[in-house]
Design a protein around this ligand. Sequence first.
Ligand SMILES: [Zn+2]
Length: 282
Amino acid sequence: MRRIDKILNGIPKEQPLKENEYINKTDGFIYCSKCNTPKQMKIEILSKQLTVPVMCRCRSIEYKKEQEESKKRECMEYIARLRSSGLHDKALRDYTFENDKGYNPEMEKAHKYVEQWDKMKAMSTGLLLWGGTGTGKTFFAGCVANALIDTGVPVLMTNFARILNSLTNMFSEDRNGFIDSLNKYELLIIDDLGMERQSEFALEQVYNVIDSRYRSKRPLIVTTNLTLDELKNPADISRKRIYDRVLERCVPLKINNRNIRTMNAAMNFSAAKELLVGGDEQ
Ligand SMILES: [Zn+2]
């Protein structure tokens, strides 16, 4: 027997009726009694008429819904994986626009960067967030990271202390592979440039990472406590070649000088005071 005949003969010609099914007398097909649409149709294969099962209308709607739900679930799982792969420091996962208390007017630019992401990516444009400690640079960058991850963009947020730690424990021949692997992320965020160890080895590796990112033409966001002037006029050539690359691709953005950490502490303190005083008054 030919293989196709075997397959055709394998299709059951008559099936016992299940619950919510009936035979329509006009065409002889099995119908769904819930939506009154056929669960069978005729097709012709190699001049043989065959009755094959199809989805009735209600099953087809149900099926579509199931598919959408499973797609949504897969998407959420993918985003959760992106977040755990890109934000190793769990504290960063709380740096979100939803948690922004609105102290820092510069945050508007973080929203803009996320909104304009496709253009920023196409233009290989990143940000250089500079300003004193406690002004909210890391929060700014963390919010951008989380918002982009939410839309399915792979982002890695790390710092040179962490990168140098990995590179130090590696054979020199594995280092390039590791540095290249940072570029699989569409956005790389490096927190606290200039705070890493200042050895020759460290500066060489920092340059390699920045240069590799530069050549990958993918955006980079850097935060630093250094001033723009210090970045433009570093003391030595090994820093100059690092900062020049950063300045070429990252738009400098001064994060305002209001000390958010102190403000937060003050807010918490006044909230606590209010609670205590409030308790006294009652
Ligand atoms: Zn139905």
